[in-house]
Design a protein around this ligand. Structure first.
Ligand code: FE
Length: 344
């Protein structure tokens, strides 16, 4: 009896020695190399928490998504990259097309993440979502008859719409979803109808659209939810801008509002593949989900978790449950449709 107790105490103290009071020492269980186009303080905390829990050291390289994809592709089999983290299914599709992602099968990931928000073969996984919504100038009242993306093409809104360029992936992905739901011809008609309603030539980013609508320069625009949430929780002047803008979650009675993802995929030939999968699985835990979504005011992907209060303030909505992988597949077609419609 005493011997068993002693042996137990010895095993415990050995474990304590090697792991320290807070779990394994950083790097004790190897490392993971993350190439990320995200750069939020909350992500840094995620990395630290992961290291503390697992003893896996996180090395990261940050750059724009297209630059990272190119870099991994050109590094080829010598690439140290284990995991690519980026935003928009369209970009994950570009990575897929570049042949740099590898299929992952994980019970934890397929159980926790909705099927429409991850690649069917496990090439990438959606870790948070954002919705692309319609905004309007509140001082002019809610535009009557504007409830869907399709309504944006209605001649009733001639001269009312400001948008960003069609080279931007958010609009390409939105149009890709319309191609998926209605086919290329309907999508073409839609794009032409919206172009006919432009208040000005496409310019600026989502932030400039919000400011233009708040300033009364255009009545209607299309933006991602996290930009609105940034204004909602910003300084006094930003909050004042937020107050001037009304939000419509489109297509509530039809397809649901278009959503896209921030996501990640394990790189082909990853030197630390198992650690990369562990990191992905860790990102689906409740606390990591909240932090990951919070960093960019997005919605957690795991169902049943709330977004932060600035995001929740935008309102509840029904999201389109289209597989975001399909949004990727329709990118080329969408770009051609924009070109033909003259949406620059
Ligand atoms: Fe953005």
């Amino acid at each position: 009896m005493l011997r068993t107790l002693l042996a137990g105490a010895l095993a415990l103290s050995l474990a304590a020695c090697s792991e320290g009071p807070d779990g394994p020492a950083p790097g004790e269980n190897g490392e993971v190399n993350i190439y990320s186009s995200r750069h939020y303080d909350t992500d840094l905390r995620l990395y630290e928490d992961f290291t503390e829990a697992t003893g896996i050291k996180v090395n990261r390289i940050e750059a724009g998504a297209d630059a990272l994809i190119e870099r991994i592709a050109s590094e080829g089999e010598f690439s140290p990259a284990d995991l690519l983290v980026t935003v928009d299914a369209g970009r994950l599709w570009r990575a897929e097309e570049a042949g740099i992602l590898d299929s992952v099968s994980s019970e934890i990931l397929s159980e926790r993440l909705p099927a429409n928000l991850r690649h069917p073969d496990g090439l990438w996984f959606g870790l948070s979502t954002r919705a692309r919504v319609i905004i309007y100038d509140k001082s002019q009242g809610k535009p009557e008859g504007l409830d869907t993306y399709q309504d944006l093409a209605d001649p009733a809104f001639r001269g009312d719409i400001c948008v960003r360029s069609s080279s931007n992936i958010y609009n390409i992905s939105l149009l890709s979803s319309i191609v998926a739901h209605e086919g290329a011809e309907a999508a073409q008609n839609w794009a032409e109808g919206v172009v006919a309603n432009f208040a000005r030539a496409p310019q600026g980013n989502d932030t400039s659209q919000i400011e233009a609508v708040a300033a009364g320069e255009c009545r209607i625009s299309i933006v991602n939810t996290y930009y609105l949430a940034r204004y909602a929780k910003g300084d006094e002047s930003e909050q004042a801008i937020f107050e001037k803008v009304g939000v419509i979650f489109p297509n509530q009675d039809t397809t649901g509002t278009h959503v896209n993802i921030s996501g990640a995929g394990v790189v082909k030939g990853a030197p630390n593949r198992e650690n990369a999968i562990r990191f992905l699985e860790y990102l689906t835990s409740e606390s990591a989900q909240r932090n990951f979504a919070d960093g960019n005011n997005e919605y957690p992907t795991v169902t049943g978790l709330d977004a932060n209060s600035a995001v929740e303030r935008l309102g509840e909505f029904r999201a389109d449950d289209l597989s975001v992988a399909e949004i990727g597949r329709n990118q080329r077609e969408a770009v051609e449709i924009f070109d033909r419609a003259g949406w620059n």
